[in-house]
Design a protein. Structure first.
Lengths: 223, 223
DNA sequence: GGTGTTCGCATACATCGTTCGCGAACAACG
DNA sequence: CGTTGTTCGCGAACGATGTATGCGAACACC
């Protein structure tokens, strides 16, 4: 784990201007890695597996990418290209909700994305376009620029948390957790936890809380 | 990645009631792992390193823990024992802010915690106490029980995000990101991003946005 | 056709989580 | 006190990981 003196991958030239030309491109490698992650999860994205999917050797990837984290950065930014960014309408809350709704769809399409967005947020070219759009939407808002940056971060992170939660609810690990909570409830202490299980099942369908939470949280950052 | 049919670690007996008694305890192992993570980061918590710190062999750990993830669960829950949980005051917003403030301190003490809380939230015995306290604070609130569970999750996750962000700001990776953003700004497109750099430095010290964001977000979930 | 440079990649290294198998240690029982 | 049943500690091994090294082959340019 040395001090990583190299700049971000998007500041490094993709192709050397002399010598033997490369047989593949960053975009091609990124696409293969994203498809692999979509299909088998982030852990399946190992240098060897990605290389195999490309039909090359593992060490070859290091001609395109300095490290595996670079590859993850490329993958993350490539998903930011899936946004549709229309001109601001004048209602910044509505516009940001549109962005969040798209983020949710994109993250559902790429189940590995929420985890990456939360643990190592990254801005590449496409992410910069997205940030530009959000700043444009907030152009007339009186908040300080630093607050707007925080708002952008919260918009992404909160959406990722919500998508991750809804995915975890159907995962097999949820039953194990619920089983333990039931055990805690039956032990006698924790009456409030026990009440969670004796409460009658709610009639109304669970409503989507993302818009309400997001708008309020953004209001909290922007002051 | 088999179907993990075993129950959560806290439902498995720590000591067998027959045969040779164990030389160590889960608590002892957890303490060593936490100390190691505090000092050298989560990646340093490998089975071999933890075992070495205990003065045993790596394979021995599997008598106490079925998998490394189990060890992480033990570590997470052990930090939940650091909360001080006084009786509810009647003002649930103030009480939850007290909880969040403690969470922030605990997470600053254990820099690896935010990442774990966000990516694999876990409830053990101490976490159950914390949940009980939060439910107690919200006892008179009319929201549905499921919403209160979401509120608990958001309280933890949002606090973790904030701590993680303030830690990332001083990390070496921040300069690399800033350098790229500066590059994007100078490229000409992205005028709003460019404005971030031409804006005069703000005089007022950056204020803590956690309380405002958290209270509003909680209001959003609880309806 | 050299020449300079990069590319592809086989190989190797250190480390990881985890499994296997077995001798030793202990509790309970006679 | 010996026997028995069971668990414990752990050396060794397996498969996988990310990455470094070194070199022959491929290309652009003069």
């Amino acid at each position: 784990m040395a001090g990583q003196r190299e700049p971000v991958i998007w500041l490094r030239p993709e192709q050397a201007q002399v010598g033997r030309p490369a047989e593949r491109s960053r975009a091609e490698i990124t696409a293969v890695a994203v498809e692999l992650a979509d299909r088998e999860g982030l852990d399946a994205v190992s240098m060897r597996r990605v290389a195999a999917a490309l039909g090359t050797g593992a060490a070859s990837l290091y001609r395109y990418v300095a490290t595996r984290d670079d590859l993850l950065d490329l993958m993350t930014d490539s998903t930011a290209a899936e946004y549709d960014l229309p001109a601001p309408s004048g209602d910044w809350q509505a516009d940001l909700l549109r962005v969040a709704e798209q983020a949710r769809h994109i993250m559902r399409r790429h189940p590995w994305l929420p985890g990456v967005v939360i643990t190592r947020p990254t801005l590449g070219p496409n992410g910069a376009d997205l940030l530009e759009h959000v700043l444009d939407v907030l152009a007339d808002h009186p908040a300080q620029p630093a607050r707007k940056l925080e708002a952008f971060a919260i918009l992404n992170a909160l959406t990722a948390l919500f998508v991750q939660n809804e995915a975890a609810a159907d995962a097999p690990g949820a039953q194990r957790q619920a089983a333990y909570l039931r055990h805690v409830a039956q032990a006698g202490h924790h009456p409030r936890v026990a009440a969670l299980f004796t409460t009658p099942p709610e009639a109304d369908p669970p409503t989507d809380r993302l818009p309400a939470v997001l708008i309020r949280a953004l209001a909290g950052v922007l002051g």
